[in-house]
Each structure stands twice: as structure tokens, then as C-alpha cells.
Ligand binder design. Structure first.
Ligand code: ADP
Ligand code: 5GP
Length: 205
């Protein structure tokens, strides 16, 4: 896609949520290509790697015991059980990146997004994290299309796809908690909308 090169002028804490299969990973990858100044927050998970996923890049794949230890030691900024597996955001890399003036992108579920939102709301009025907080919910154009995408991705078992579809409506019901909502119908249109939200919030547009 040929979009004019732009930079984020001010660090943002970007939270993206979506029902599984809506296209969030695709859109996050496009953002990371376009904006090298954004650090992707690599989550920990107890689920098994999928397709070409790499440990340390897509996720830190950990045992249940290790995950429980990270929670007990307070090393996670937020955590949740999603589709039967545990997921959590390591706190240190997010704090470090933000302290260095980098933007951070978190791909987390609606429960994790609510936890981050609450943490932000408790910060002092003038904390830069408050002004830099951007939460976006990605919606599929329809439930039928969501199912087509999950099946088309070809990386989940029929049972996993059924569970994710079953959970999708509950996630969609929480879309109203997000300041921004973007329907991912035509990919390039959805991407441009997300890019514009970030540029506006960082003071570039
Ligand atoms: P998520 O990270 O939300 O689970 P993915 O990014 O893995 O979803 O996308 C699910 C599938 O849908 C992938 O095969 C992806 O290539 C495809 N996809 C993503 N966005 C679109 C779109 N706008 N139109 C059609 N297919 C899409
Ligand atoms: P997947 O298994 O498809 O990679 O992710 C399943 C869901 O878990 C997605 O909604 C994704 O956003 C969410 N998720 C990934 N990492 C985290 C995390 O660190 N915390 C929370 N709360 N959810 C996460």
C-alpha cells in the first residue's frame, strides 16, 4: 500500500482488541512495518505455537507453572484467560519502551484492555500515559465473514474455531468500551483508518 511516510510525534500506548479472526494480527503487522518507532509488546501465553509463530517474537510460550509464577511475582501488567488459555503482558518491556519515548502496541483481549484502561484512569491527570492511551476495537464485517477468515487461516482445529466463534459475540458486546472502533471489511480501508487515528492522537495530523 502506498501511503505517505509519517512518524508518530508523541509516544502512544496502543491497545488493539478484536474477536479472533477479525484481522488484528494482520493490521498490527502492517502498523509495525509502517512505524518502526512502535515496539510490539510480546505477551506470554500457555497456548501452543500456531503455524510459523516464533517464541520470543510472536509470544513467549510458557508452561502453566511458569505463567503462575509470573503472576505471583507481579511481573505481568495484566493477564486473562482467553479461549481456555492464559495470556499476559510482561510489565517491564512496556515501561522501558515508554520511558525511552517509544510507542507500544499491545494486542490483547477485551478483559486485558479493560484492566489497562482502569490502570490508566488511576494515573495522575498529567501523566503522559493518559494522553498517549489509544484503545481500538477491530470488528469483522459479519459473523459469517469471521468464520470464513478463521477457517481460511487454516491454523486452528475445528474445535478451536468453534470455541472462538462462540466467544466472539461476548467480545463484540464489549466494543462500546473502546474509544475507537474500526470495521475490518476492506483491509486497506481499515488500515488507513487505524493509521489516521494514531497520527491524529500523536499530533501529526
Ligand atoms: P486475528 O489476529 O484477529 O485473529 P488474523 O490477522 O490472523 O486475525 O486474520 C485472520 C485471517 O483473515 C487471515 O487469514 C488473514 O489473512 C485474513 N484477513 C485479515 N483481514 C482481512 C480482510 N480485511 N479481508 C479478508 N481477509 C482478511
Ligand atoms: P491468539 O491465541 O489468537 O494469538 O490470541 C487469542 C486472544 O488472546 C486474542 O484476543 C489476543 O488479543 C489475546 N491476547 C494475546 N496476548 C494477550 C495478553 O497478553 N493479555 C490478554 N489479556 N490477552 C491477550
Amino acid at each position: 500500500m502506498d501511503l505517505e511516510k509519517r512518524e508518530l510525534m508523541k509516544p502512544l500506548l496502543i491497545v488493539m482488541s478484536a474477536p479472533s479472526g477479525a484481522g488484528k494480527s494482520t493490521l498490527c503487522d502492517m502498523l509495525l512495518q509502517d512505524f518502526p518507532e512502535i515496539t510490539y509488546s510480546v505477551s506470554c501465553t500457555t497456548r501452543a505455537p500456531r503455524g510459523m509463530e516464533e517464541d520470543g517474537a510472536d509470544y513467549f510460550f510458557v508452561s502453566q507453572a511458569k505463567f503462575d509464577q509470573l503472576v505471583a511475582e507481579g511481573k505481568l501488567l495484566e493477564h486473562a484467560v482467553v479461549h481456555g488459555n492464559c495470556y499476559g503482558t510482561p510489565a517491564e518491556p512496556v515501561r522501558e519502551a515508554f520511558a525511552e519515548g517509544q510507542s507500544v502496541l499491545m494486542d490483547i483481549d477485551v478483559v486485558g484492555a479493560a484492566a489497562v484502561r482502569e490502570t490508566i484512569a488511576r494515573l495522575p491527570e498529567d501523566d503522559p500515559l493518559r494522553a498517549g492511551f489509544v484503545d481500538i476495537f477491530i470488528e469483522p464485517p459479519s459473523m459469517e465473514e469471521l468464520e470464513r477468515r478463521l477457517v481460511g487461516r487454516g491454523e486452528d482445529s475445528p474445535e478451536t474455531i468453534a470455541l472462538r466463534l462462540q466467544n466472539a459475540q461476548g467480545e463484540m458486546d464489549r466494543a462500546g468500551e473502546f474509544r475507537y472502533r474500526v470495521v475490518n471489511d476492506e483491509l486497506s480501508v481499515a488500515y488507513r483508518r487505524i493509521r489516521d487515528i494514531l497520527l491524529v492522537r500523536s499530533g501529526e495530523l
